[in-house]
Design a protein around this ligand. Structure first.
Ligand SMILES: *[C@@H]1O[C@H](CO)[C@@H](O)[C@H](O)[C@H]1NC(C)=O
Ligand SMILES: *[C@@H]1O[C@H](CO)[C@@H](O)[C@H](O)[C@H]1NC(C)=O
Length: 272
């Protein structure tokens, strides 16, 4: 009896202390997923390398502490890690090579990013799939990250879970339909594998004071409406459940929550 109670407690404890994340590459080509934790926001990190190769139709699962804070996973395309300096991938490359540097390996645009803060405010998990920027984490006050890190789009991705919380992300491949001013980069066959945000593409010429970047005199929700962000409606129209600009919480379909008590396990699928 005592042993039984003990084992039940042990079971509850392990449920409460970790989640299982699965990253599935459903793309018909190899990608190199990458993972980063903002260590200034929290020290809990997943029990897995910060970058790996994912062959088509393969998945990995790993344990994530249930208070993972300001974590992100994205996919990299067309990598070559024999390159020793500069971009190692056509999209989403990071400092460090295959495994991103834990402190500086935040990723370089354009890249679609999935972001999580587990056990955030009010015992909620927060998560989003960002079609254009790591805005959510920045703007939700969960932590601060420099604005010009990962943004734009390079792969369709969806975040699902096992407890019926909302699905985030976008299954549409935006590269081929991306408007030409923000389209690219292009692979060796000329195929567009990415689509930059107007901010990342620097369309208005001054990233430090930009309506597209919500920076400088445009750095509040009031001074940076989505109507002032070029190509916002392209991203949000094609990918309504993604985080498409700095203050996209107001759309009601950008940042998702799931009660932390449900101990959700999450699956991130590339090319769903
Ligand atoms: C998460 O839990 C661990 C272990 O209890 C703790 O050391 C850490 O400070 C917690 N918070 C974050 C954000 O890492
Ligand atoms: C990878 O990069 C190295 C160094 O630039 C180059 O010699 C090699 O051809 C590249 N490999 C592929 C498959 O592109």
């Amino acid at each position: 009896m005592k042993l039984h109670v003990f084992l039940v407690c042990l079971g509850l404890m392990s449920v409460a202390e970790a989640r299982t994340f699965t990253v599935f590459n459903a793309c018909p080509f190899t990608i190199w997923p990458a993972m980063f934790t903002d260590l200034t926001a929290g020290t809990a990190v997943p029990d897995f390398p910060t970058g790996w190769e994912a062959d088509p139709m393969t998945s990995v699962s790993f344990t994530v502490p249930d208070n993972w804070t300001a974590g992100r996973i994205w996919g990299r395309r067309d990598c070559n890690f024999t390159i020793t300096s500069g971009p190692t991938c056509l999209t989403g490359w990071c400092n460090g090579g295959l495994e991103c540097d834990p402190h500086t390996g935040t990723g370089v645009p354009p890249a679609s990013v999935a972001e999580w803060t587990l056990q955030g405010d009010m015992s909620q998990d927060f998560y989003d799939g960002a079609s254009s920027f790591c805005f959510a984490i920045l703007r939700c006050g969960l932590t601060k990250m420099p604005v010009s890190l990962v943004d734009g789009y390079d792969l369709p991705m969806m975040i699902t879970n096992d407890v019926n919380c909302p699905t985030a992300g976008c299954a549409v491949d935006l590269g081929p339909i991306c408007p030409s001013p923000i389209q690219g980069p292009f692979d060796s066959t000329g195929f567009p594998v990415g689509c930059s945000s107007a901010c990342a593409a620097n369309l208005d010429g001054d990233p430090t004071n930009s309506a597209n970047c919500c920076s400088g005199s445009f750095d509040t929700a009031a001074t940076c409406p989505s109507s002032g962000v070029e190509f916002y409606s392209f991203f949000k129209g094609n990918c309504p459940n993604t985080y498409a600009y700095a203050f996209d919480e107001s759309s009601g379909t950008a940042l998702w929550t799931c009660s932390s008590n449900l101990n959700a396990d999450y699956t991130l699928t590339f090319c769903p």
